[in-house]
Design a protein around this ligand. Structure first.
Ligand code: FAD
Length: 472
């Protein structure tokens, strides 16, 4: 293995092969629930260097864990505990290769941080609509590898929908230039779509061509309080009809989720949470003007009040207030962490069935564990809930999670499965959901996935034991 480190040093330079030092940033996952041990961290600066590194590892049988911002939530971006895996950090690859205003595309390297891409695109008068809580740290490569969703999927789709092409280094160290930027290309199997969402198991994404959109003339946010999820569903339907394609976000939050934000970040001044069971955050993007957007919102809320769907509501008065409202929504995850140990489920079910699903799952869990606290929030417009559980107050939280997590998750996922939902709506499988995938996915689907993995990566060089089990 020393020889491999020497070879890698020759390829990327000694400053970019990290060994024997504090590698916490690379070996520990964002949630601090998993930690591995790497042989080394290698930080290539170009596609060519990525290819040479992959080839060098493949030749000696070392496996590679591709890593971007390391913000993934399923333990797929850190090494296992063997001390033999090479973590390949793409964070040095941050070049914006080109912007094509007429084709409305941007081509960026994989290590570009999402927020920096949004900013560059904005400075050219366009919108890059992928947006999520980790956008200040996560990378385009990681977004694509995990097919990230976020807050505007309702209007623009997830990372896959925004991607027109990828450049990939294969597990053999070959470079596939698929940066076509084409919107139509029916020349056989869609390789791009196989790499997107493959969580670093089929290839290393080194660059991508992403779709741009016209920057809306105005974005406006409203916060509304409701009595039930049924009302939230009706309001979503009404918003779709009333706002059409202007509707870009529809987030739901239960009272306890907002209580946690209020408790741990009181300066954020969470509105309306005390008196109402649910709040929703609605965002519209308008191509005419702020006044037009405001008119649309006022019209929507007027009908919603008349029909008794909404108990209280505000429309953000300024950009700052709009950001403040989003900040509250995005602080729920951090508030949960501040509260202590919890059990998380990133699930999706058909939108129409969300109220029924939540009622049934809440009841089943409350029967099995009477004092559980439910943190329920998410991208309702996409049928995607973060159905999370905070342990009962006053108990030994760590022990409670260790003893009961499996049973809690089984209740949640069995109900998801009954409603023909997904046990991972946007976070992926990684290592965390390996066993669950085997349990909840059909054998036909699993066998096809295994066949794809062994066709692309027969030596299991890239991220072995993630997404699919391996004996490596
Ligand atoms: C606060 C917070 C909020 C979040 N909110 C959302 C959300 O709303 N929606 C959502 O979908 N996700 C969300 N996430 C999780 C989300 O998946 C990640 O934030 C992001 O997409 C991962 O990007 P990354 O660069 O950090 O990838 P990493 O965490 O480094 O890696 C993720 C996976 O991709 C692989 N990978 C990374 N880079 C490459 C590459 N260049 N080539 C091949 N494989 C690669 C890794 O091996 C790993 O399997 C959130 C995370 C946090 C911490």
């Amino acid at each position: 293995m020393n020889e491999l480190i020497e070879t890698l040093t020759t390829i990327v330079g000694k400053n970019h092969v990290l060994t024997g030092m504090d590698l916490d940033d690379y070996e520990q996952d964002w949630r601090r629930r998993a930690r591995g041990k790497a042989l080394c961290v290698v930080r290539p600066g170009s596609t060519q260097e990525v290819a040479l590194v992959v080839n060098a590892c493949a030749v000696v049988g070392a496996s590679i864990v591709p890593q971007g911002g390391n913000t993934g939530l399923v333990g797929g971006s850190i090494p296992n505990s063997s001390g033999t895996q090479v973590v390949m950090s793409l964070r040095r690859m941050t070049t914006v290769r080109s912007i094509d205003p007429e084709n409305m595309t941007i081509t960026v390297e994989a290590g570009c941080v999402l927020q920096s891409v949004q900013e560059v695109v904005d400075s050219h008068g366009f919108l890059f609509p992928l947006s999520l809580g980790a956008e200040g740290s996560c990378t385009i490569g990681g977004n694509l590898a995990s097919n990230a969703g976020g807050t505007q999927v309702l209007r623009y789709g997830n990372a896959r929908d925004l991607c027109l092409g990828v450049e990939v280094v294969t597990p053999q160290g070959d470079v596939w230039d698929g940066l076509s930027g084409l919107r139509k290309d029916n020349t056989g199997y869609d390789l791009r779509d196989l790499f997107v969402g493959s969580e670093g198991t089929l290839g290393v994404i080194t660059a991508a061509t992403m779709k741009l959109y016209p920057k809306p003339a105005a974005q406006l946010t409203a916060w509304a309080a409701l009595a039930s999820l049924e009302d939230a569903n009706r309001l979503l339907g009404l918003a779709r009809r009333h706002l059409g394609s202007c509707l870009t976000g529809f987030e739901v939050m239960n009272r306890f989720a907002l209580h946690l934000v209020d408790k741990h970040f009181p300066h954020l001044r969470v509105p309306m949470w005390r008196e109402h069971a649910w709040c929703v955050l609605i965002e519209i993007s308008d191509n005419e003007s702020e006044a037009h957007a405001r008119g649309l919102f006022e019209g929507l809320l007027e009908i919603a009040f008349e029909r008794g769907l909404v108990a209280d509501a505000i429309i953000a008065e300024s950009l700052k207030q709009m950001h403040d409202l989003w900040h509250i929504r995005e602080s729920i995850t951090l508030a949960q962490t501040a509260e202590g140990f919890n059990v998380k489920h990133d699930i999706s079910v058909p939108i129409s069935l969300i109220p029924e699903f939540v009622r049934e799952t809440d009841t089943a869990l409350a029967t099995a564990f009477p004092s559980l606290r439910f943190v329920n929030f998410g991208h309702m417009g996409d049928g995607n809930l973060h159905y999370n559980i905070q342990v009962p107050e006053g108990c030994d939280a760590k022990e409670f999670v260790q003893t009961n997590e499996e049973r809690i998750s089984t209740i949640v996922y069995d109900t998801v499965s009954k409603y023909r939902g997904s046990i991972s709506a946007e976070h992926g499988v990684g290592e965390l959901k390996l066993d669950k995938l085997v349990h909840y996915k059909s054998n036909v689907a699993l066998n096809l996935m295994r066949a794809i993995k062994s066709a692309f990566d027969p030596r299991n060089t890239l991220n072995p034991g993630r997404v699919l089990k391996s004996n490596r």
